[in-house]
Design a protein around this ligand. Structure first.
Ligand code: G16
Length: 562
């Protein structure tokens, strides 16, 4: 027991630009290291928690990136000084985002603070991030992130208890008395509770039998936090050889790479699968909420299809067998494959803005069991974050039960539902003003006073003609709390239901990332096996023509294609 610690007030001033984006505050690490920067944001987060902070329990951890341990130390001192009753911290500060969500719920905590910039690169020159999750385990809704932001604009002091110092390398509890009040820090195994949850959801014995039946798998953790979870599940639980888990030692700079599981940044996994030795491959991002699934010979499962396939095969997963699938949801730009499964199975399907936080209310209200986003996010109502490992176990359950390859599962799926060809083109590091000008141009086109010229216009490329039937800036009214989110992306919808979507990323730490999404439904079986990029080329050209993207941004090629 550390007796008699006292806290103090530290004078500070507001710092510009602390507005949380799609998922928390993400900036260059050097910005978080500036005097008062992290402290101001943490104190503002505490202010948004309000009266619930006194006597609260908060779960803290992150993806192991550079500056994370310093941020944990700051949070311990500030929590001690702000009358938090208890912190639960992952050993060495580690927690995957889904595992932290699981622990918030299991321990009935008030909330949690996640230290990650997710798939953004890390290291001294990389990115850092801080995100607050509420008692349901999910990312704070905009109402709370707006309160945090408002507080950052008026903050004049924060509280610290310099004596509150713990060794986060050692599992165990440290008790303090701060300003006469008890405060404790419990350092826990970040993996145990999460693995127990996975064992409740999936049939581990069936997956293990499948994995020992001849198919070779490889799991790439991209030097993020998932390495420790992947080793426990795939090596210790399923008994696979050590080399089935690659890049599984968490590094504070992710080995100098983008820990982003897509065809560009996980190209080494794609190349490995192309050798034809492995029947299944998967990669996770830095904090383990994103996933990419590949089949033999590098067969790519688009995230929009991944959630649709899981929905169509939900009865292969014991959890859904017992709870049923109450409803489905996807983010607006996500390809509409999921809608087709929902229609055929007569299940409700919701369309929400980009950001996992928008699924939380629907799940809490029992309206949605399974959801997904084109940005490599897939998950269910077992927690309130997307969950990379869950998605991989869901896929392995499907393969084990259907006794088919990944490609065969997809070909069957498209034969039943038709195929939504989908691609996303990212233009990273665009000058923010130029990106805004392009969005302003699109808004002019869809402005209701102007749309008479726009709606009905037809565009032809390579023998294919598309006619615009609708266009808007997506607005979402939450069916549960009726909150409204405006300006969530420009949608241009064609007569045949094909869609072009433009929006600016809310997760880039500097400059702007323009995202162009293309979704084109085709039910001609002769096209199903074709490469999405080849099929979508004419439609993508039309999207570029309408947006004048090259003219506005000076870019003639995307940085990343999904
Ligand atoms: C976050 C959010 C996701 C969102 C993604 C991309 O993911 O949790 O819901 O789809 O960002 O957002 P944007 O298009 O605005 O960059 P993560 O994995 O980065 O936390």
């Amino acid at each position: 027991m550390n007796m008699g610690l006292r806290s103090e007030s530290v004078a500070t001033k507001p710092i510009d630009g602390q507005k949380p984006g799609t998922s928390g505050l993400r900036k260059k690490t050097t910005i978080f290291q500036q005097p008062h920067y992290t402290e101001n944001f943490v104190q503002s987060t505490f202010a948004a928690i309000g009266d619930d902070l006194v006597g609260s329990t908060l779960v803290v951890g992150g993806d192991g990136r550079f500056f994370m341990k310093d941020a944990v130390a700051i949070i311990v001192k500030m929590a001690a000084a702000n009358q938090v009753r208890k912190l639960i911290i992952g050993q060495n500060g580690l927690f995957s985002t889904p595992a932290l969500s699981c622990v918030i719920k299991k321990r009935q905590a008030t909330g949690g603070i996640i230290l990650t910039a997710s798939h953004n690169p890390g290291g001294a020159d990389g990115d850092f991030g801080i995100k607050y999750n509420t008692a349901n385990g999910g990312p704070a809704p905009e109402k709370i992130t707006n309160q945090i932001y408002e507080h950052t604009k008026v903050i004049s002091e924060y509280r610290m208890c310099q004596g509150a110092v713990v060794d986060i390398g050692e599992i165990g509890t440290t008790d303090f008395t701060v300003d006469g009040q008890p405060f404790s820090v419990e350092v826990v195994d970040p993996v145990a509770d999460y693995v127990l949850l996975m064992k409740d959801i999936f049939d581990f014995a069936a997956i293990k039998e499948y994995l020992h039946g001849g198919v070779k798998v490889v799991i790439n953790s991209m030097h993020g936090v998932m390495g420790v979870y992947a080793k426990e599940i795939f090596v210790n639980e399923f008994g696979l050889p050590e080399d089935s888990c690659v890049n599984c030692d968490p590094k504070d700079d992710f080995g100098g790479h983008h820990p982003d599981p897509n065809l560009t940044y996980a190209a080494d996994l794609v190349d490995l699968l192309k050798k034809g030795i492995h029947g299944f491959g998967a990669a996770f991002d830095g904090d383990g909420d994103r996933n990419m699934v590949l089949g033999q010979n590098g067969f790519f499962v688009s995230p929009s299809d991944s959630v649709a396939v899981i929905a169509a095969n939900a009865d292969c997963i014991p959890y859904f067998k017992s709870t049923g699938v109450k409803g489905l949801a996807r983010s607006m730009p996500t390809g509409a494959s999921l809608d087709r499964v929902a229609a055929k199975k007569n299940i409700d399907c919701y369309e929400v803005p980009t950001g996992w936080k928008f699924f939380g209310n629907l799940m809490d209200a029992g309206k949605v069991s399974l959801c997904g986003e084109e940005s490599y996010g897939t998950g269910s109502d077992h927690i309130r974050e997307k969950d990379g490992c869950w998605a991989v176990l869901a896929w392995l359950s499907i393969l084990a039960s259907r006794k088919q390859s990944v490609e065969e599962v997809l070909m069957d799926h498209w034969a039943t539902y038709g195929r939504n060809f989908f691609t996303r083109w990212d233009y990273e590091g665009v000058d923010a003003e130029k990106a805004k000008a392009m969005m302003a141009h699109l808004r002019t086109l869809i402005d209701s006073s102007q749309t008479k010229d726009f709606i009905g216009r037809s565009f032809a490329q390579e023998g294919k003609t598309y006619v615009i039937s609708e266009a808007d800036d997506f607005e979402y009214k939450d069916p549960i709390d009726e909150s409204i989110a405006k300006n969530q992306g420009i949608r241009i919808i064609m007569k045949d239901g094909s869609r072009i979507v433009f929006r600016l990323s809310g997760t880039s730490s500097s400059g702007a990332t323009v995202r162009m999404y293309i979704d084109n439904y085709i039910d001609d079986p002769s096209t199903f096996g074709q490469d999405a990029q080849a099929v979508l080329k004419p439609f993508a050209r039309i999207a570029l023509e309408i947006s004048k993207l090259t003219e506005f941004t000076g870019r003639d090629a995307p940085t990343v294609i999904t």
